[in-house]
Design a protein around this ligand. Structure first.
Ligand SMILES: [Zn+2]
Ligand SMILES: [Zn+2]
Length: 245
C-alpha cells in the first residue's frame, strides 16, 4: 500500500500527524509567550523555547496583561495564525481541506497532552467549544470549535458541553482595537440553564482562532459561577498581530 503523502508538500510520505517531518517542523508553532493571553512576546522573554516546569514558574506577561486582569487563567495556543496554518483553517471553514484540519487537530491534541504531562496541571473536567451565533452556524453548517473539541474529547475522554451558552449576534469586531472589542462583546454570551447543572469545576474553553481574546474573555465571564474553580482557553491558532490600541 502506498504511504499517504504529506498534506503540506504533497510529496514526502506523511508521518502519524499527517505531515512529513520537515513540513511539520516548518509549521508556525506558537512560541512560548504571555502566560495569560498566549500572545508571542518580543524582547526579554522572546526566544524561550522549552516548556519545562521551571520555565512555567517564570510567568512572563505581555504589557496588556500586566495592566488588566483576564476572565480566564491562561490561553494556550498551538500555532501562530500564519500561513500555511491560517490557509488550512480558512479552507476548512469554506468546507474544504478536512484532512488538513484533522492533522492540525492532532497537533493541538498532542500539545494539550504534553502541557499537562510536563506541568502536572490536572486536566480540565469539561470542554466548552465557543458557540457560533445561529445565522453563522446556518451559513457554514458546522461549528469548527465544536469539531476541534470533539476530536480532543475522543483522545482524552474529557466530555464536551456543546451548548454551555447561547451566543447572540454582536456588532462586527473588524476595525476595533482590543479594548473596544472587549466592550463590544459584553453580554453576547448567555449561559444556558442546563450548564448550571453540570459538575465541571475546571473548564477549558475551546476555540479555533484567538485574535484579541475578547470573545473568549466574554464567554469565560458568562461561564463563571461558584461551581467553577478555573477556566483555561485552548486555541488551535493565535494571531500575534494585535489591532492598534
Ligand atoms: Zn511535507
Ligand atoms: Zn498577555
Amino acid at each position: 500500500m502506498l504511504a499517504t503523502p504529506c498534506l503540506a508538500c504533497l510529496v514526502v510520505p506523511a508521518r502519524q500527524r499527517g505531515f512529513c517531518s520537515d513540513c511539520e517542523e516548518d509549521l508556525p508553532w506558537q512560541p512560548p509567550g504571555c502566560h495569560r493571553c498566549g500572545v508571542a512576546l518580543t524582547g526579554q522573554w522572546a526566544g524561550e523555547s522549552t516548556t519545562s516546569k521551571a520555565q512555567h514558574l517564570l510567568v512572563p506577561l505581555c504589557s496588556r496583561c500586566h495592566h488588566q486582569p483576564l476572565a480566564f487563567s491562561r490561553c494556550h495556543c498551538t500555532f501562530a495564525y500564519e500561513p500555511p496554518v491560517s490557509d488550512m483553517i480558512r479552507r476548512f471553514k469554506d468546507n474544504a481541506g478536512f484532512a488538513e484540519f484533522r492533522a492540525l487537530c492532532n497537533c493541538f491534541t498532542e500539545h494539550f497532552l504534553q502541557f499537562h504531562d510536563d506541568t502536572g496541571q490536572p486536566l480540565p473536567e469539561l470542554l466548552l467549544p465557543v458557540p457560533l451565533h445561529a445565522s453563522r452556524l446556518r451559513a457554514r453548517g458546522f461549528n469548527q470549535a465544536l469539531l476541534l473539541a470533539k476530536r480532543l474529547s475522543r483522545r482524552t475522554g474529557i466530555p464536551v458541553l456543546a451548548d454551555s451558552c447561547w451566543r447572540q449576534a454582536g456588532p462586527p469586531q473588524r476595525g476595533l482595537n482590543a479594548e473596544d472589542r472587549l466592550l463590544n462583546m459584553q453580554n453576547v454570551f448567555r449561559p444556558l440553564p442546563r450548564a448550571a447543572l453540570t459538575s465541571g469545576r475546571r473548564l477549558a474553553i475551546i476555540d479555533d482562532v484567538v485574535t484579541t481574546t475578547a470573545t473568549t474573555q466574554a464567554m469565560a465571564s458568562a461561564m463563571r459561577s461558584d461551581a467553577v474553580t478555573s477556566i483555561d482557553v485552548w486555541a488551535l491558532a493565535r494571531s500575534n498581530h494585535q489591532p492598534e490600541s
